[in-house]
Design a protein around this ligand. Structure first.
Ligand SMILES: [Zn+2]
Length: 307
């Protein structure tokens, strides 16, 4: 953690407290009057892949806000005061859950939105329990369900339902757009499946526990994870085990992620004499401005890394 991070950590709780106090005062001075009137209902999503689905379903019927700015790590995110303001106005907050964005619940409470308005989608997506022994002794659940396009299709259905409950008049509109999105995700899946069938390497080491859904859908095997607990560096023994996987007779392919510690990934790659292939599982950056583009970026890298 650099000096800049430390300042942020110290300032944020203070900022949140100030905003909450202002909100509380506003409520007292305005008891009985309606919430601030906004032209359209406001909804929010914690991470880009979910946000992209929600905004495409919402069209111009709802305003959709993204909480986690692209390029940041969801696991270690320190919410900012303006996130509290965004959530205070939101009727519904789409989150992943499964320990990926646990800060969303606290944020919603700070914003006076209440836990009831946070909709955790991960538990509905047939969560995958990472096998035990992958450098971490206790099992953990991967939260990155969207890296499987068929689960992303299921997410479309779930979000269509939720938006229809929020805005019943818009129900048919959301359903129509949902069908369109699912057709696009289905085509994406078929394309990935045909490419994945040609990959000759199938053993992978991911930087954090993000690739279990992708691997399970396209018949890859996650044999190791560098940081099963994001931000917690592997011990010397764990590093030795990872090096064995990368150098073994059937070497696994190493993937790094831009939101994570690239110094560690590069050091590991150098030591093993292999490449670290950078993939972005979160998206929302130049080149990954839609769910499909995010997935195509992952697959383009895998085409190179696993051929
Ligand atoms: Zn993650």
């Amino acid at each position: 953690m650099g000096p800049k991070d430390r300042v942020t950590t110290r300032l944020v709780p203070l900022g949140v407290a100030v905003v909450v106090t202002v909100a509380a005062l506003a409520q007292v001075s305005c008891s009985g009057c309606a919430r601030r009137r906004l032209a359209r209902p406001q909804v929010a999503a914690t991470v880009f892949p979910v946000y992209d689905i929600v905004r495409r379903l919402a069209g111009d019927r709802l305003d959709v806000h993204l909480i986690l700015a692209p390029g940041l790590d969801a696991h270690s995110y320190e919410p900012r005061p303006r996130d509290v303001a965004t959530l205070a106005d939101s009727s519904l907050i789409f989150a992943v859950g499964l320990e990926l964005d646990g800060w969303a619940q606290d944020l919603a409470r700070s914003a006076g939105a209440g836990e009831a308005r946070v909709f955790e989608m991960g538990p509905l997506m047939d969560p995958i329990l990472a096998p035990q022994g992958l450098i971490r002794t206790e099992p953990f659940i991967d939260g990155h369900f969207w890296l499987d396009p068929l689960r992303a299709e299921r997410a479309v259905d779930v979000i269509v339902e939720a938006l229809g409950a929020l805005d019943p008049v818009g129900g048919p509109f959301y359903r129509g757009r949902g069908e369109e999105l699912k057709r696009s995700f289905q085509a994406l899946h078929e394309d990935i499946a045909s490419r994945a069938a040609r990959w000759s390497s199938r053993r992978i080491v991911s930087f954090h526990g993000s690739l279990f859904y992708f691997a399970s859908r396209y018949d890859l095997e996650v044999v190791g994870v560098v940081e099963p607990v994001p931000g917690q560096e592997p011990t010397a023994r764990q590093l030795a085990a990872l090096l064995d996987l990368l150098r073994g007779p059937e070497p696994a392919v190493l993937f790094s992620e831009p939101q994570m510690d690239d110094v560690l990934a590069d050091a590991l790659a150098r030591e093993a004499g292999v490449s670290a292939w950078d993939i972005d599982p979160m998206g929302g950056r130049p080149g990954t401005e839609s769910y499909e583009r995010l997935m195509r970026q992952v697959v383009a890298v895998m085409d190179q890394a696993l051929r």
